[in-house]
Design a protein around this ligand. Sequence first.
Ligand SMILES: [Zn+2]
Length: 157
Amino acid sequence: MIVLMDKACMSSRAAALPAARGSYLLVAELGATAWILVGALGRRCFPAGLYLGLRARAGRHLSGRGTARWHIDYLLQRAAVRAVWVREGNRRLECQWAGALARSGAAQSPVLRFGASDCRCASHLWRTELCGGDLEALLRGLPFAPCCAWPEKKTPE
Ligand SMILES: [Zn+2]
């Protein structure tokens, strides 16, 4: 079951995320197919579903507040963050992760060049049909294994 969060809740939780440099992977859910204006990319169609957004130092931009500057911020005006995976450190892993997601065959990039204006990746935004344990396994298998930073996992006792 998916529990909806209100924005205030998301903002306070985002504040608890690592402030250090790092590579971030946001899992965001878009409830209904939507045409969204994405800066210079123009209006693009985003099918409903789960998205994996890659970027460095997401930090304060997670909640989608304020002026949209990063491509992911445009999506987050309509989609809700469900999880945040992080690998702290100076190494920028977004492009490696994008390559790994492409090779996995478990994710597609419906909007080419999203978040990838400065590199050669097809996209830094991927849509997947996986969920639950299958999605977790995919993310754990990425290069330099990111960890789920939010929500915190409740381990069964
Ligand atoms: Zn890239």
